[in-house]
Design a protein around this ligand. Structure first.
Ligand code: NAD
Length: 441
């Protein structure tokens, strides 16, 4: 059966981000029209083209972007990705996600994102170093500890962040510049706990959500069947942490395929196998399944932790999980969301579920500004507090909106989702600051 949601589906991340924002606005009864216009588009996007000496002696011109979506609550914050498919629209959508995410977890940042159109798999380390350093020089003072603070993203890592810091530091000698970038190696101002932060944050958020009774008949992770799409930083660590809490990891996947075992997988052994062979596929004692089959696998919790727009109009009806924890950014389309809502599947939205990474980036920034080094116990304790608060704020708003909906508010709509509620919390926080700061002259 084709629903109206199916016919309206789009696999474009930017379109989905815009649709999500517009839907959330229907749950806010008083916001100035001018503020909506201001929030919907990025504050600025910088394009730079720059030449780089390649290893073979040739010169190649690269195209990079840095989008600052909004900075009323603090400096821009968001990753830099290196990928052949980077576009201005994609960077703008991801920067908007960062604006909502930093607001819903209540850290003093706005949203930013950057990228360079390149294929890191075809570039040497030395070429990547020259590209990174030149990009930072081109960005100049548009990035900075109190302006816009990059972090790792797709195909950028601690080493990339070390190059960013060093280049910026050379341009601003005599100052403490550590806070210009987060996700740095521990030895130059990185924070303990940053590597696991996204997955750990999603675990804490899930625990708080089920403790609040939002998922019918799910009050503990013990014995809960979990499937994970993507076995990189977010996915493999989520599998490990959920397993440590008693969950049974019944299926996992990566770009080469998926594996399943109803008796449960040991996530660390699967990771060793992936490190040795390049893929989770072929792990002894498992059945190979397709990535589509993984999404539809018989489980209680599904954790998409790979790419955007994976659950959409064509496959959402097949999902069997009762709860989806969005470790990836934008893994469900708007049409997918509608179908899941009709089926009663609870979705813990990305701007809450995967915010642990940016929360610990915030901790790194604070430690850098104060020349401090916190221990892991302190980082994890503060992370849990932030994640619990974000879940509580989201669930409280969702509960209030549901009550109002039952009383006739926004009755053309099928009822609020947790995503709507999280976005409402974020948008209202930003709008409040816009009004308090009286930002227009
Ligand atoms: P990663 O590169 O470490 O891992 C990505 C994984 O996805 C890899 O195992 C890859 O093989 C797999 N993958 C790629 N295509 C796939 C496909 N078609 N089907 C199944 N698996 C596929 O990336 P990551 O850092 O873990 O990020 C994953 C997602 O989480 C992204 O959406 C990212 O934006 C989001 N996220 C990550 C962080 C973080 O701190 N790492 C923070 C917030 C959000």
């Amino acid at each position: 059966m084709t629903t109206s949601a199916q016919t309206a589906d789009t696999l474009n991340l930017f379109e989905n981000a815009k649709l999500q924002f517009e839907q959330a606005l229907t749950w806010i009864d008083s916001i100035k029209v001018g503020i909506i216009d201001y929030l919907i588009s990025p504050k600025r996007t910088i394009h730079v083209r720059f030449p780089v000496n390649m290893d073979d002696g040739s010169i190649q011109t690269f195209h990079g972007f840095r989008c600052l979506h909004n900075r009323v609550r603090g400096p821009g914050k968001g990753g830099i990705r290196y990928h052949p498919d980077v576009t201005e629209a994609e960077v703008a959508a991801l920067a908007a996600f960062m604006t909502w995410k930093t607001a819903v977890v209540d850290i003093p940042f706005g949203g930013g994102k950057g990228g360079i159109v390149c294929n890191p798999k075809e570039l040497s380390r030395s070429e990547l170093r020259r590209i990174t350093r030149r990009f930072v020089m081109e960005l100049g003072d548009t990035i900075g500890p109190h302006t816009d603070i990059p972090a790792p993203d797709v195909y950028t890592d601690q080493q990339t962040m070390a190059w960013i810091y060093d280049t910026f530091d050379l341009m601003h000698q005599g100052e403490n510049n550590l806070a210009v970038v987060t996700g740095k190696p521990l030895e130059i101002g990185g924070s303990v706990g940053r590597d696991e932060a996204t997955a750990r944050g999603s675990l804490y958020a899930t625990q708080q959500l089920i403790e609040r009774g939002v998922v019918p008949d799910m009050r503990t992770l013990n014995g809960i069947r979990v499937a994970v799409q993507g076995y990189g930083n977010a996915g493999s660590i989520a599998a490990k942490l959920f397993h440590e809490c008693g969950a049974r990891i019944v299926a996992v996947s990566d770009s080469r395929g998926a594996i399943a075992s109803d008796s449960g997988l040991d996530p660390l052994h699967v990771l060793e196998h992936k490190d040795e062979t390049g893929s989770v596929v072929g792990f002894p004692g498992t059945t190979e399944i397709s990535n589509e089959e993984l999404l539809a696998y018989d489980c209680d919790i599904l954790i998409p932790a790979a790419l955007e727009c994976q659950i959409h109009a064509e496959n959402a009806a097949d999902i069997k999980a009762r709860l989806i924890v969005e470790d990836a950014n934008g893994p469900i389309t708007m049409a997918g969301d509608k179908i899941l809502q009709e089926k009663g599947v609870v979705v813990l939205p990305d701007i809450v579920a995967n915010a642990g990474g940016v929360v610990v980036s915030y901790f790194e920034w604070v430690q850098n500004l104060e020349n401090q080094q916190w221990d892991l116990e302190k980082v994890d304790r503060k992370l849990r507090k932030k994640m619990n608060r974000a879940v509580d704020d989201t669930v409280d708003r969702w509960t209030a909106l549901r009550t109002r909906h039952e009383d006739g508010f926004n009755d053309g709509n099928s009822g609020p989702t947790l995503r709507d509620a999280a976005l409402v919390v974020a948008i209202e926080r930003i709008a409040t600051v816009v009004l308090q700061r009286d930002i227009w002259p």
